[in-house]
Design a protein around this ligand. Structure first.
Ligand SMILES: [Zn+2]
Ligand SMILES: [Zn+2]
Length: 387
């Protein structure tokens, strides 16, 4: 089959990306985006396009040859509740919502790969194009899995990409084993007895107790975990019911913890309960801890990572490929798929001048679109070779 004209494909992907950027949708509300994706996949003549998988998810299937093997490629579609400050022509037209994580680019480059693979073939087997909703919530992948993704659209392995500000355009980075962390959230509630600010000895005020809890929580990562384990415990909010001249009797401490192994996450929770309850007791108050696990750690499979690096060698310059990237204490919903099949998640450069992810001035770098689309096509051809 004839190769697609790359200049035309780049122009198309750029137009799609900017259209998606101008019309961002929050997690599980990606109605326009998923319709856009499904229309394009049908236009390219995919064998099957199914909408509404896990809410607003879309799965496209493309078959060639006779192999029973199947490879999935995944993009995320959701935007964030952030007010865009960029003033380019394709800036968000929806107040308070913007593509500040580049999922518009991820969607456009996976559509580009679908168009390329549908037109050119060059593989033997099945490709599943998985467009997931609600990545930022950490809920979209589970919604698709709970909706029977693996049973209805089975695949043997899965690959995904995320743009990375600071990494030069044309660079590719990943690592075997743990790549991104789990995210746990916690809420510690302290109860005492509020009262007059002038008479603290009459009540059991909670603010000094809450400050002691916040300080003592710093000893989890510093003193209670094995130093060989990477972990972050961050308190992000402290809210009381006190006022100018009244001591609080109720306080809430909220925060976020990151780790790379379930055993470490369990130990953070255990130590947090000891600290919260013990510290509260010392201040004649009580504490209760609610601890939830929002994202699981993202762990790349060794064979799939080797395959991703081999495929990347056909797309990126040798010196622009890093197979020993750093651990990142951010989280990714892609990890949920890796609980079911082996796979690899990797970063492509969004440029050194790029604003950070989740920044109101962030914009996906359109020069990276062709790298993403080409990598997606390359990994399919590498894993589903024509005999
Ligand atoms: Zn994000
Ligand atoms: Zn993202």
């Amino acid at each position: 089959m004839a190769a697609l004209n790359q200049n035309i494909l780049v122009a198309e992907m750029t137009a799609w990306r900017r259209d998606l950027h101008a019309h961002p949708e929050f997690g599980f509300e990606e109605k326009r985006t998923s319709a856009f994706v499904a229309d394009k996949l049908r236009e390219y003549g995919l064998d099957e396009v199914v909408e509404g998988v896990g809410g607003t998810g879309v799965v496209g299937t493309l078959r060639r040859g006779s192999s029973n093997r199947a490879v999935a490629l995944r993009a995320d579609m959701d935007a964030l509740r952030i007010t865009e400050q960029g003033n380019h022509e394709h800036a968000s037209r929806t107040p308070g919502v913007m593509h500040a994580c580049g999922h518009d680019g991820h969607t456009a480059m996976l559509l580009g790969a679908a168009k390329m693979l549908a037109a050119e073939g060059g593989f033997d087997g099945t490709v599943r194009f998985v467009f997931q909703p609600a990545e930022e919530w950490g809920k979209g992948a589970l919604a698709m899995l709970d909706d029977g993704l693996m049973r209805r659209f089975p695949f043997d392995e899965i690959y995904g990409l995320h743009n990375m500000p600071g990494l030069p355009v044309g660079h590719f980075e990943t690592r075997s084993g743990p790549l991104m962390s789990a995210e746990d959230n916690f809420e510690i509630v302290l109860e005492g007895l509020g009262g007059h600010a002038a008479r603290p000895h009459v009540g059991r005020e909670v603010l000094v107790a809450a400050c002691a809890v916040v300080t003592n929580l710093q000893t989890i990562a510093a003193r209670r975990l094995n130093p060989a384990d990477v972990a972050v415990v961050s308190v992000t909010e402290l809210i009381t019911d006190g006022t100018r001249n009244a001591l609080p009797g109720h306080a809430r401490i909220l925060g976020d913890a990151r780790s790379f192994r379930p055993e470490v996450s369990a130990e953070i929770e255990r130590q947090m309960r000891i600290i919260a309850e013990g510290t509260a007791l010392a201040y004649n108050c009580t504490a209760s801890v609610a601890y939830s696990r929002e994202f699981v750690p993202l762990v790349n499979d060794a064979d799939a990572t080797a395959a991703a690096l081999a495929a990347a060698a056909g797309v990126f310059e040798p010196q622009a490929i890093n197979g020993k990237g750093e651990l990142v204490t951010a989280s990714e919903d892609f990890a949920r798929f890796l609980d079911h099949v082996p796979g690899c998640f990797a970063y492509i450069g969004n440029g050194e001048a790029s604003a950070p992810l989740h920044n109101p001035r962030f914009d996906f770098n359109d020069a990276a679109l062709i790298h993403g689309a080409s990598f997606h096509a390359a990994i399919v051809r590498h894993r589903l070779p024509v005999a």
